[in-house]
Write a protein that binds this ligand. Sequence first.
Ligand code: NI
Ligand code: MN
Length: 235
Amino acid sequence: MSITLTWTGHATWLIDTGAGVILVDPFLDECPTASVAAAAIDCQAILVTHGHFDHVADLVAIAKRTGATVLCNWEIAQWLGKQGVTAVQPMNLGGRAAVPGGTAKMEIAWHSSSLPDGSYGGSPSGWLLEVAGVSVYLAGDTALFSDMARIGASVKGGLDVAILPIGDVFTMGPADSIEAVRLLTPRIVLPSHHGTWPPITQDTAAWARRVAAETSAEPRVLVPGERVLVEIVRD
Ligand code: NI
Ligand code: MN
């Protein structure tokens, strides 16, 4: 079973499960490193981790144009409803819902969440996907937290992919992300939420060397627009 993951820059990801494309945290047209315009995105589902502008800037436009179902927390669902987005699956922490090719579970994250109009954004979250036989944990914007051990252990057969913020300042930085890898024990780890602006620019080669030396995971550093095929063979 296989999926492809595409990083378009910042914390925006496209996950093609074979049954459809899942878009995560669309921040494109105002993102200085984005590899693609919002108008060029095609997707069937959209996952939102929290309400900050660098995660929802292109959400309304893409949701309306594509008709993709948006999975998000209750408060973001209300905000979307006021703007005429109707295909919304409101959720909350711990809940699981269907996405193309499998399921998405809304996991905890330690961060804040307000919407661009200043309204309350509800609890921030991460996402645990089990799609096309592959498990993917997207931490979202978060600090390191010890429940990552529980999240990694919750996946039968072990976690395949972890997508972790490494930019520091607004989220955990490289050092805490190494500890996150130790707790999650994924097969592959991809860095996110870095390189967009100077405050969150990191030495990704040094990060990858540390992951390889200090954990059992394989680091995969992408450039915006790069795609990686994840193929998992199980008995
Ligand atoms: Ni944020
Ligand atoms: Mn952010």
